[in-house]
Ligand binder design. Structure first.
Ligand code: NAD
Length: 490
């Protein structure tokens, strides 16, 4: 294993101070296997200290801060991220290996945007009020007030580290909560840089705490089982969501879960063919397929099936897999050796299950340090039965199975035949069909003629195994606050 001369220490951030731990683990680059960070793993006492700091901050300056001042603080955090944009891009790229272009255009700008958007949203939405008629004719006035939930545990995954952390952190802070955050063990860096930004812009100690570590018997479990944590918001695998549900059950705490997916893409013969091929390729392969919303099941209307498969194959084979810093690179590695083993096990399984490999199916070779990285080829299959494991289970890699359908009803049935229900994308130029099919999808988000287009005010989340609850806009405020209804008899 190489040790990168620039390997960073990533410490916990508790009560406004960076704090080391007696136990550390290394974070390895998925590009070439070099060590990019030495991460301090928080023990139970450190997680407890983070929770206590958050509780104190709730009672202190943060709890007493006016909404206007809190909103200004959120904007200052966004500005702080933007001022250190290059540091954030470098840290995200070092941890994930994703192309610099992707981190620069998506991850880091959205990280800053999340703070600005929720600063606006929390100032925009009030709560309902009602006048109630009473038998004496004088009536009563009801109005509801939002209060913070308290201390929120934020547990984030590795695929879009800053983007997904701040998607939960920003509304939690906007609503006046304090946070104990745990980034993924695979991506400890941008959450730690964010702590530096919080320090720089004057966020009071204890409002944002970062603890590093793993799930079971580590920081993740210490947060979810801590009696001083009032709510848990989590993005990650469905099986992890289930384990967290068990951990929080004794405290009957609010949970918000954004979980896995096995998303369908439906392509009708009347689509704008070139736009559909390009749009589906982007949806399948972006971020090396490590996007919860990516379609791993593609259904194409039979008259254009062969042509569409050929079009997707051409796109897959045009991907430039390479160094993140190379401007031509549009596909990086998977996140880790362990994840690559999982994805490659599905590449093998697909063949065992009888798939025709249309494209890829293996590992690229470079003849340099990248051969020690976690790269795989973008991969397409056809010919599998709908009940095969490859078509049923989330792989989370740059791959998809493509199957033909004969009519709209069949396409809807095939798309909905899943235990997951996160997202769908539908391609058609028939407006009525677009609405009809999108509305029939058993999932949280249905796109027509696009993918990943997000207005951050809209509800985001999944049905079935893909999650519990919705976040985004007012939906986030509803999760991160506890309303009290006040009823005044006149
Ligand atoms: P993961 O579930 O393995 O880990 C997510 C986080 O949970 C990490 O920080 C991990 O350390 C922590 N964790 C693991 N076990 C825990 C436990 N028992 N208690 C507390 N914390 C625990 O997920 P991942 O591999 O990091 O991310 C990939 C998964 O996330 C995929 O399934 C993907 O679909 C899903 N995802 C969903 C969305 C969404 O919005 N629905 C977005 C991104 C990713």
């Amino acid at each position: 294993m190489n040790t990168n001369a620039k390997a960073q220490e990533r410490k916990n951030y508790i009560n406004g101070q960076f704090s080391g731990s007696s136990k550390q683990f290394t974070k390895v680059s998925p590009v070439d296997g070099s060590v990019v960070a030495l991460v301090h793993e928080a023990d139970r006492a450190q997680v407890d200290a983070a929770v206590q700091a958050a509780r104190l901050a709730l009672k202190g300056h943060w709890g007493r801060m006016s909404l206007q001042d809190r909103v200004e603080m959120l904007r200052a955090i966004a500005g702080g991220i933007e001022r250190r944009f290059d540091d954030f891009v470098a840290a995200e790229v070092a941890d994930t290996g994703k192309p610099v272009a992707l981190a620069s255009h998506l991850d880091i700008p959205r990280g800053a945007a999340n703070f600005r958007v929720f600063a606006d949203i929390v100032r925009t939405y009030g709560m309902d009020s009602y006048f109630l008629d009473t038998p004496d004719g004088k009536g009563a006035v009801n109005y509801a007030m939002r209060k913070p939930l308290g201390v929120v545990g934020v547990i984030a995954p590795w695929n879009l580290p800053l983007l997904l952390l701040t998607w939960k952190l920003a509304p939690a802070l906007a609503c006046g909560n304090c946070v104990v955050a745990k980034p993924s063990e695979e991506t400890p860096s941008t959450a730690t840089l964010l702590a530096e930004v919080m320090n720089e812009v004057g966020v009071p100690p204890g409002v944002y705490n970062v603890v590093h570590g793993f799930g079971p018997n580590s920081a993740g479990e210490f947060i979810t089982s801590h009696p001083g944590v009032d709510a848990i918001t989590f993005t990650g695998e469905s099986a992890t969501g289930s384990a967290i549900m068990k951990a929080v059950a004794p405290g009957v705490k609010p949970i918000s879960f954004e979980l896995g997916g096995k998303n369908p893409g439906i392509v009708f013969a009347d689509c704008d063919f070139d736009a559909a091929v390009a749009g589906m390729a982007n949806a399948i392969f972006s971020n090396c397929g490590q996007v919860c919303l990516a379609p791993e099941r593609v259904y194409v209307e039979r008259p254009i099936f062969e042509r569409f498969v050929a079009g997707l194959k051409q796109k897959a084979e045009a991907y430039v897999i390479g160094w993140p810093s190379d401007a031509k690179t549009n596909m990086g590695p998977l996140i880790s050796k362990q994840h690559r083993e999982k994805v490659l096990s599905y590449y093998a399984l697909a063949k065992e299950e009888g798939a025709t490999v249309v494209s890829g199916g293996g590992v690229p070779t470079f003849g340099d340090a990248r051969d020690s990285g976690c790269y795989v080829q973008p991969t397409l299959w056809t010919g599998l039965p709908e009940d095969s494991r490859t078509v049923k289970e989330e792989i989370f890699g740059p791959c998809a199975h493509i199957a033909p359908f004969d009519d709209e009803e069949q396409a809807i049935a095939m798309a909905n035949n899943s235990r997951y229900g996160l997202a769908a994308t539908v391609w058609t130029t028939n407006l009525s069909r677009g609405h009809r099919v999108a509305q029939a999808m058993e999932c949280g988000i249905a796109w027509v003629n696009c993918w990943f287009l997000r207005d951050l005010r809209t509800p985001f989340g999944g049905a079935k195994l893909s999650g519990i609850g919705r976040e985004g806009g007012l939906h986030s405020l509803n999760f991160y606050s506890e309303p009290t209804n006040v009823c005044i008899k006149l």
